[in-house]
Unconditional design. Structure first.
Lengths: 283, 317, 328
């Protein structure tokens, strides 16, 4: 049986990963197709229907402008997910490269890069993101950058530690002896072997990125209205929480479901890729 | 090296990190667009007023000199004065007034999280594979998946607005009334601690299960020690090492949660101060808050490290 | 012949594994007499360690053990509750483990381990209705440590397990087992993980102590020469069964079962410097159940009767038995 089919089989058999994948698939379908299929748009105001509780016409109710919350959440979900994904991707790329190079070269470079990474890491994540928003200004691009900077040290450390583990392996030595360039070794020999924990970390990272974005936008320091990211919708809902609690609550529920899916997926992937967890009967 | 020497060395490292961190914060802040003079005096301020402002706050001096002046003053406890949000008030005064509240909420959340996770993690490990384990593990997964600011609204909705057991807003400082602080701080602390407790519980469960299969457990059984004794001294005792380590790692997220929660519940802490300052473009305050949080994280990490050194004899050398 | 302190009949141990059921011990019969050292010899996978663990009920949950007879000093152990069995462990029954580094609690000092052992010892006295409190356990501990060959007991007591070498840890472990003053000791390859010089010292220690303490020992090992030097009788295990049983000298000098013959030949070649003649083939996997003799696929004397049915033990000497159709 080809490798990819075996891997897919293992994924399906692992119920945690499967549950996570299913949840994410449903959500992704929602924010891509579902948003388009909704009869409303994210900005259609309907002043006859402001702040109406969830109903068949509006499954998540309407907000203070009469906008359908579900539609806004679907579009907002797109935005939030894209922001978080972009941020984590940048962090992963920059961090992995830095970590690999740092571990490979060792010595002063390693020490300096890790000190820098540790310094970033020493700030509480949200505080760092908040600080960056103040410095850079609010808005979508800067939120992406903030997430990237918050997650950069995590990827750098992880890539460095895993690279250190396999740096001295025979196949890496062999490649070096054959005269392959550093970049080639890093990408062809080392990267495939450290990819698994990085992917797990990425799925957790996207989850946390969504929380950061939502938190920043909720406070008004992230994505700015009228762009309807999930945090912005929740900030709206906060204004009239007592009169219309469903806006904030249900939007947050959607975020929670997304986080659940991503966490389950990450957990399942971790189970699949961690060889120590495959334990046979002790003899 | 001796334990005292190692601790002093660690302390020095922290001091260095604070210095470098403060420098980085200061420099990055300087790179931010905008002129503080215009922020305070208004966009239409006349150039002489702006120049006078620059002179008064040393903004025309070389950057490094500015940092040095600022740092030396900070060491003496003077972080300068707030520019906009509390015009002219000493920043260190602001922070000093608010820090106890932040620390109280943070500690409250941490203690709640530890208690709940110790219970959940132990039960899940002891009843592994059975209903209690599945329930506990599921709760843990759910717990991690909830943004704490969302959870706080759910809690407010249910327990404050709903049954009215707790206040939905406002915080009584522990200085004024400890019982008042414990009461008004309960919902915020629960909201912050939920995701933490979940992570702690999972770590504890995994550690307990892994240790239960170690050889020294079989050996202890061969000596006829009671199961409870073996669990306490061999399994649980050694599981504390990864457990305490994870607590240290999670403090960063805990403090992030504190910032938003303070805003939601109107707690006068360093977090809400930072948010207000962010809106008001009060850069010196933002800097001071960022560094305060840095110091807290480093301090907690230091304590956790210390605890781990005592818990794990292999690290003491 | 002194009385049997341990009698085992038809001991079977199975493990639940992802691939099916693993039968590690397939019906072991043995007796241990008062004061003797019985060697249990076999290569890895033969089931010898599992046999030891099964007798002491130290197996993980995925394992199940049964025996038609399991008697200690005439008392049937099979029906005992776990609590009742626990009372026997560490007082009358004890085990010395193979990997000393993994046997200790990394968070506690050697002193803690010894003091808890002495407490266990005192508890046993209370259980039996006698007062055997060891008031000054530290002095007793230091004496014991000196007896097992540790020169500076006071210093060692203060140390943590990770600070000691394998040889030292094994000595401490033996000291702990001795502190319990058990009647029966199962020693599971106590020298395998140690280097040769230390191994010789530990073996000499065993000899000395066994004479002194007069415990009955089941000595598990894969090393025939060690068994020959230390044991009174030996039982050779293969694929979960005992294939030969008899006095050590007799089994070593005139082995009867083809497998034992191969083992002895290998051992003599190794020590005598002769050519190493390996026994061709591999032992059967623990998942396999062959209808006949499990050694048949590798045996040079194999005949039709071997694969037809499971061979039983045949008498080949006064107190010497072998599980082979050759001796009908």
């Amino acid at each position: 049986m080809p490798l990819w089919r075996r891997r897919l089989g293992a994924l399906v058999r692992n119920r945690t990963a499967l549950a996570g994948a299913v949840i994410m698939a449903v959500l992704l379908a929602g924010i891509t197709l579902g948003a388009e299929l909704m009869p409303y748009s994210a900005v259609d105001m309907d002043f006859a229907n402001i702040l109406s509780p969830p109903s068949w016409a509006h499954p998540l109710g309407t907000d203070s402008f009469g906008r359908d919350v579900l539609t806004r959440v679907l579009y907002g979900g797109r935005i939030s997910l894209l922001i978080s994904f972009a941020g984590v991707l940048i962090a992963a790329a920059a961090g992995t490269l830095t970590g690999m190079a740092s571990a490979y070269h060792g010595g002063l470079t390693d020490a300096a890069l890790m000190r820098f990474s540790d310094l970033l890491f020493a700030f509480p994540s949200f505080v760092l993101a908040l600080f960056l928003m103040v410095v850079l200004g609010f808005g979508v691009q800067n939120v992406i950058l903030a997430i990237a900077l918050v997650y950069f040290p995590i990827f750098a450390r992880l890539a460095r530690n895993t690279t250190l583990l396999i740096k001295e392996e025979p196949f890496v030595q062999a490649a070096r002896l054959m005269g392959q360039g550093t970049l080639r070794i890093l990408f062809r020999e080392i990267l495939p072997n450290i990819a698994a924990p990085l992917v797990v970390q990425a799925s957790v990272g996207v989850a946390f990125g969504i929380v950061i974005e939502a938190g920043l936008s909720f406070l008004g320091l992230g994505v700015q209205p009228p762009i309807p990211s999930l945090g912005v919708i929740m900030a709206d809902g906060r204004e009239y929480f007592q009169r219309g609690p469903w806006v904030l609550t249900l939007t947050g529920l959607v975020i929670s479901i997304a986080l659940l899916g991503l966490n389950l997926l990450g957990d399942g992937l971790r189970d699949l890729t961690d060889p120590r967890l495959r334990r046979q009967a002790e003899l | 090296m001796s334990r005292a020497a190692a601790i002093s060395w660690r302390f020095l490292g922290i001091a260095l990190t604070v210095l470098v961190g403060a420098f980085a914060v200061f420099m990055v802040m300087k790179a931010a667009p905008g002129d503080p003079a215009l922020v305070v005096l208004g966009e239409q301020a006349p150039p002489e007023a702006v120049a006078a402002f620059h002179q008064r706050y040393h903004l025309d001096a070389p950057v490094l000199e500015q940092f040095w002046l600022w740092f030396v003053a900070a060491l003496g406890g003077d972080f300068g004065r707030s520019l906009t949000i509390a015009g002219g008030t000493s920043i260190s005064g602001l922070i000093a007034a608010r820090l106890p509240n932040t620390i109280f909420i943070g500690l409250y959340a941490l203690i709640l999280g530890v208690i709940v996770s110790l219970a959940m993690g132990t039960i899940a490990a002891l009843r592994r594979g059975r209903v209690a384990d599945t329930v506990a593990t599921s709760i843990a997964v759910l717990g991690i998946s909830m943004p704490d600011f969302w959870l706080s609204y759910v809690l407010v909705f249910a327990f404050a607005l709903g049954v009215g057991w707790f206040p939905s807003y406002g915080f009584v400082s522990p200085g004024q009334s400890l019982s008042g602080a414990l009461y008004s701080g309960f919902l915020p602390a629960v909201a912050i601690s939920a995701p933490m407790a979940a992570v702690f519980a999972r770590t504890l469960r995994a550690a307990l299960l892994e240790l239960a299969h170690r050889e020294f457990v079989t050996v202890a059984r061969s000596f006829g020690f009671a199961e409870v004794f073996i669990f306490l001294h061999f399994v649980f005792r050694n599981a504390l090492i990864p457990y305490v380590t994870v607590i240290g790692l999670q403090v960063r997220y805990l403090l992030g949660g504190v910032v938003v929660i303070e805003r939601i519940f109107g707690i006068a802490g360093v977090g809400s101060l930072m948010v207000d300052a962010a809106f008001g473009r009060d850069y010196p305050v933002v800097e001071a808050c960022a560094i305060t949080f840095l110091v807290i994280v480093l301090g907690v990490n230091f304590l956790v490290d210390l605890a781990c050194t005592f818990l794990d004899p292999r690290r003491a050398n | 012949m002194s009385a049997a302190i341990l009698e085992v009949r038809a001991l079977r141990t199975r493990f639940r594994a992802p691939g099916g059921t693993l039968e590690a011990v397939r019906g072991v019969d043995l007796d241990l007499h008062e004061g003797e050292v019985l060697g249990l010899i076999g290569e890895s996978g033969s089931g010898k360690t599992v046999t030891g663990l099964s007798i002491l009920r130290l197996l993980p949950e995925s394992a199940s053990t049964e025996a038609t007879l399991l008697r200690f000093r005439g008392r049937e152990l099979g029906g005992l509750s776990s609590e009742a069995f626990r009372a026997l462990r560490g007082s009358h029954l004890a085990m010395v483990f193979q990997n000393p580094a993994g046997a200790f609690n990394p968070a506690k000092t050697v002193a803690w381990h010894l003091s808890e052992t002495f407490r266990r010892r005192a508890a046993r006295g209370r259980e039996a209705g006698r007062r055997e409190a060891v008031a000054d356990w530290r002095a007793a501990a230091e004496t014991l440590l000196r007896e097992v060959g540790i020169a500076e007991p006071a210093r060692i007591l203060r140390l943590y397990p990770h600070q000691l070498s394998g040889g030292m840890l094994q000595r401490v472990l033996i000291a702990m087992v001795l502190a319990l003053e058990p009647d029966l000791i199962i020693a599971d390859e106590p020298t395998t993980n140690l280097d040769n010089i230390v191994e010789r010292q530990i073996l000499a220690l065993f000899r000395r102590l066994q004479r002194k303490v007069a415990a009955s020992i089941v000595f598990i090992t894969h090393d025939m020469t060690v068994a020959a030097a230390l044991c009174d009788r030996v039982a050779v295990m293969y694929a979960g069964e005992i294939v030969e049983l008899g006095p050590a000298a007799e089994v070593f000098n005139s082995p009867k079962h083809p497998y034992t013959q191969g083992l002895v030949a290998t051992a003599t070649a190794l020590s005598g410097g002769g050519r190493l003649r390996e026994i061709p083939g591999e032992p059967p996997s623990a998942f396999e159940r062959l209808p006949g003799c499990h050694f048949a696929p590798r045996c040079s004397h194999v005949r039709a009767a071997c694969t037809a049915a499971q061979p039983t033990m045949r008498r080949v000497g006064a107190v010497h038995e072998a599980r082979c159709v050759l001796y009908d």
